[in-house]
Design a protein around this ligand. Structure first.
Ligand code: AVJ
Length: 333
């Protein structure tokens, strides 16, 4: 029997407290347009449902990005140079980084994710499967400022931000987040980012309204999580999943729509819903390449390489920090 004796990974735990979840939910449900942040989808069940969504025939994003990474791993490695620290934002199951590790051979891998349990498991599996790699997971809400550990090395830092997770942020928030990423990278850092491209709205609609109902279950699971963690009494049978493409903003919007007039309690507060009223749970922005390059430029990034699929569904781009931009970021902090 093969027994692995790899060192267990040490997780740096900067996870938000349940009190932060509570206060964000209470504020969100008090707005005229009720809203909840999609970062809260990822409890244990939410992580499992999202993994299943990634394998759906309608959800072209994961499959397409993985094809791009597989096909171009060699070019990506050459463009990154060596030796590097790879910092992954929203690493989830760490499926995608596996496609790059053998080619890129980073010295250190730092996966960041808000979902601690899945992060620990996937980081441990990476450490086991790539014994030459230093794996340092950090459980953190990377949309908020946080202190990045001092690894006391002089490795170039590359942020790996796949999956179109950047699409969850409105363009101004996305530019702010990319500025934070730039400050974490230092002068000769790079950003390898995957984002979803504009396309036929019918294709988008199918991707977020799958026939098996997994996206609906993923959306509704947020209410179950609130019930469990925040003493909520949402009746999941009284809400419907809704996802549509809002062309004016070039984004998929997900909502949970109340089927009836109702009052729902959360942590001792009562929230009224009219029939048809919704909670806005997610935005998923779709970009043109020029538009995205403009956004990244606001954070001081300049495009170095672009990889895409033959159908132009998805885009993976490598950005460098221009010194002027890096200076601007450094000055701003
Ligand atoms: C993980 C944010 C990229 O927006 O497509 C999948 C999440 N929501 N199906 C996306 C999601 C509904 C996903 N991201």
């Amino acid at each position: 029997m093969m027994v692995h004796d790899a060192m267990p990974v040490r997780l740096i735990d900067l996870a938000p407290a349940v009190a932060d979840f509570r206060s964000e939910v209470l504020v969100g449900l008090s707005r005229p347009q009720k809203s909840l942040s999609p970062k809260f989808f990822y409890d244990g069940e939410g992580c499992r449902l999202f993994e299943a969504i990634c394998d759906l025939p309608e959800y072209y994003l994961t499959r397409t990005e993985m094809d791009i990474l597989t096909r171009h791993a060699g070019d990506i490695a050459a463009a990154l140079g060596a030796p590097v620290t790879l910092i992954e934002l929203g690493s989830g199951s760490s499926r995608k980084v596996r496609l790059l590790l053998d080619a890129v051979r980073p010295c250190r891998y730092v996966p960041l994710d808000i979902a601690g349990e899945q992060l620990f498991e996937s980081a441990s599996a990476i450490a086991r499967d790539y014994p030459w790699l230093d794996v340092s997971p950090i459980c953190v809400d990377y949309s908020q400022p946080f202190e990045f550990p001092d690894f006391a090395d002089d490795l170039r830092r590359i942020a790996f931000f796949p999956g179109s997770s950047i699409g969850n942020f409105a363009p101004d928030e996305a530019a702010t987040l990319l500025r934070t990423v730039a400050s974490l990278l230092g002068r000769d850092g790079g950003l390898l980012i995957g984002y979803d491209l504009k396309k036929d709205p019918a294709v988008l609609h199918r991707a977020y309204n799958d026939a098996a109902g997994l996206t609906a279950a993923f959306n509704l699971n947020l209410l179950r999580r609130i019930n469990r963690e925040l003493e909520g009494d949402f009746d999941l049978g009284r809400f419907d999943h809704s996802a549509h493409f809002a062309a004016a903003d070039s984004r998929i919007e997900m909502h949970l729509v109340s089927r009836v007039d109702q009052a729902v309690g959360v942590s001792g507060q009562v929230f009224e819903f009219a029939a048809g009223e919704s909670i806005h749970t997610e935005n998923s922005y779709k970009y043109g390449m020029d538009q995205f390059i403009g956004l990244a430029a606001e954070a001081g990034f300049r495009p170095l390489e672009t990889w895409t699929d033959p159908g132009r569904l998805f885009c993976v781009q490598l950005f460098g920090l221009d010194s002027a931009g890096a200076g601007r970021v450094a000055d701003a902090i």
